[in-house]
Design a protein around this ligand. Structure first.
Ligand SMILES: Cc1cc2nc3c(=O)[nH]c(=O)nc-3n(C[C@H](O)[C@H](O)[C@H](O)COP(=O)(O)OP(=O)(O)OC[C@H]3O[C@@H](n4cnc5c(N)ncnc54)[C@H](O)[C@@H]3O)c2cc1C
Length: 384
């Protein structure tokens, strides 16, 4: 079976790898630009399990296990560091917070509630104002998304996958729900099965087969700061939901701040980038929660596209009316960490095997059926 994959981000490369490993298939991956160069390379790489859906916690856990042991899969490390994750919440969201921690515990994750008065044991100098509940995930950490995508793509290639960078898919030949070929900037290629892993361009690829995929786009901004008081690499990543801010250590004592203000964007207009106003918001939020880093100076910054679905969870699977066209789109700002977990199950499903994890809740039809995976208000609060 010849399987085409559109998109060489973390999803496309990880699926290519698992398909080659698990099946007797020929994989051809088409990437318009460079492997891992779009949303994947912009990710802060935070790996945690703090999700409201238990099925999603399991996929995040599987993703983390693969990232943690990446070398045994692809022969190279993905920069994984287990620094832990400290999540804070306020009175308004406390009930959901406790339910989420319970769901994590039920599947055996090492997560514990932390009294606001004890936060300083995890992050020195932290201010607990407004915090009514907190939890520490010991197994969480972060990885290097670009390195991980590179690892999957190299291993897939070594197992026989044909990876074509600088090859854009411009159209898809389809007859009564059956995809037969893709048209690319380098010619037409016949395929028996096609995967749409085009990230922010997943809706355009859907249009090529007459399918509406409901995606919207937001700009996520990340700022690297350096202060006289280093943020040790072993210090947990902070998720401060009261300020929609995350703080993640970087090698050398620097740290990334992100998650604050993620405006919806018109992709034809493009990204706004890091503005003075955004930097002021970062400084203000940081000063409020970590006055010990109030003198921090910006040393680097970037922004990238978050591709969101209506309920901020991925859209996965072959839609009704199609035979061999598979979507995996809409990482919704948190898609890096779950990608290896999804990719393994997706490859199993494409190969006709029982997937390790049930992917049916992620079907596109859930929006018509009113089976949303979260309400919009809650979904918008996700920040990494
Ligand atoms: C600033 C920022 C911080 C983030 N931080 C985190 C985090 O800490 N943790 C986390 O889990 N997630 C995070 N994310 C989200 C994460 O980066 C994404 O969910 C994930 O990278 C999406 O991967 P992808 O493979 O779907 O998309 P992409 O990496 O964008 O890959 C899609 C690829 O498809 C290609 N393509 C599109 N159309 C075509 C075509 N017609 N033909 C050929 N190729 C095509 C594109 O060129 C692109 O390379 C963050 C995102 C941003 C922007």
């Amino acid at each position: 079976m010849r399987i085409g994959i559109i998109g060489g981000g973390i999803y496309g490369t990880a699926i290519a790898y698992f398909l080659q490993e698990l099946g007797d298939v020929e994989v051809a991956l088409f990437e318009r630009q460079e492997i891992g160069g779009k949303s994947t390379s912009r990710s802060a790489g935070i790996v945690r399990h703090h999700y409201a859906r238990q099925g999603h916690i399991k996929l995040a856990k599987r993703g983390r296990e693969i990232l943690e042991n990446l070398e045994t899969y692809v022969g190279q490390k993905g920069g994984f560091r287990q620094n832990g994750y400290l999540a804070l919440t306020g009175e308004k969201n406390e009930e959901l917070f406790h339910e989420t921690i319970e769901k994590q515990k039920q599947i055996g994750l090492d997560v514990r509630l932390v009294e606001p008065s004890e936060l300083g044991n995890y992050i020195p100098g932290i201010d607990s104002s407004g915090v009514t509940a907190a939890a520490f995930e010991r197994e969480a950490g972060f990885a290097d998304p670009y390195l991980v995508a590179q690892g999957f793509s190299k291993a897939a290639q070594e197992s026989g996958a044909d990876l074509r960078s600088r090859t854009e898919v411009t159209d898809i030949e389809i007859d009564r729900g059956v995809v037969t070929a893709v048209e690319t900037t380098n010619g037409t290629e016949e395929v028996d099965f096609l995967v749409n892993a085009a990230g922010p361009w997943g809706a355009e690829v859907g249009q090529m087969v007459g399918l509406d995929i409901p995606l919207t786009w937001y700009e996520s901004k990340a700022v690297v700061l350096s202060s006289t008081n280093p943020y040790d690499i072993e210090t947990p990543t902070l998720s401060d939901s009261l300020q929609q801010m995350y703080v993640k250590p970087e090698p050398g004592g620097d740290f990334i701040v992100g998650g604050i203000d993620r405006p919806e964007i018109d992709r034809d207009v493009g990204l706004e980038g890091i503005t003075i106003d955004y930097l002021n918001q970062v400084q203000k939020a940081l000063k409020r929660r970590m006055s010990t880093h109030a003198d921090a100076e910006v040393i680097e910054s970037w922004s990238g596209i978050i591709t969101a679905t209506p309920d901020w969870y991925q859209i996965v699977g072959v839609p009704d009316g199609y035979e061999n066209f598979y979507n995996i789109v809409g990482g919704s700002g948190h898609g890096f960490k779950e990608a290896p977990g999804f990719a393994e199950s997706i490859a199993q499903e494409i190969l006709g095997n029982e997937p390790n994890y049930d992917l049916s809740p992620y079907r596109l039809e859930r929006y018509e059926e009113g089976e949303l995976l979260s309400d919009l208000e809650m979904a918008r609060k996700k920040n990494d």
